[in-house]
Ligand binder design. Structure first.
Ligand SMILES: C[S@@+](CC[C@H](N)C(=O)[O-])C[C@H]1O[C@@H](n2cnc3c(N)ncnc32)[C@H](O)[C@@H]1O
Length: 116
């Protein structure tokens, strides 16, 4: 998502969490950074709280730890992608619409599952 250089390697966090904590434990990371520890804790069914001085890092961590409705997110990503391709084509004067990030899903998979 963003090349945040201060982040821990998730596997390192996973090793420590698995060794010293159990599911449902509450983890506090007082120097949260971009939220690697929080994400890993959530993946291991632990509650996690983070404190961070940088508002930008807080934003990244919030995006990484929010709950998403996957089908809706997929639909919105494809919609943004389509708008970006149209905008790009208008700038470049190209008629091509094939700037797809997820070409295999262009057949309407997301749209169908989102509309169910
Ligand atoms: C090495 S990073 C932490 C990485 C993070 N624990 C992880 O899981 O990826 C250290 C972070 O501490 C933050 N920080 C430094 N001083 C702080 C303070 N006084 N209060 C809160 N956060 C602070 C920095 O902005 C930086 O993002």
């Amino acid at each position: 998502m963003h090349p945040y250089l201060g982040k821990f390697i998730p596997q390192l966090v996973e090793w420590f969490l698995a060794r010293f904590f159990r599911p449902k434990d509450v983890i506090l990371d007082p120097f949260m950074g971009s939220g690697t520890t929080l994400v890993q804790a959530n993946e291991m069914n632990m509650q996690a709280i983070g404190v961070e001085i940088s508002p930008f890092n807080c934003l990244i961590a919030r995006v990484k730890t929010a709950k998403y409705y996957i089908a809706k997110a997929c639909f919105e990503i494809l919609d943004i992608e389509k708008g970006t391709a149209l905008f790009s084509n208008a700038l470049l004067g190209s008629a091509s619409n094939d700037l797809s990030l997820f070409p295999e899903e262009r057949g309407g998979f997301c749209r169908k599952s989102w509309q169910h």
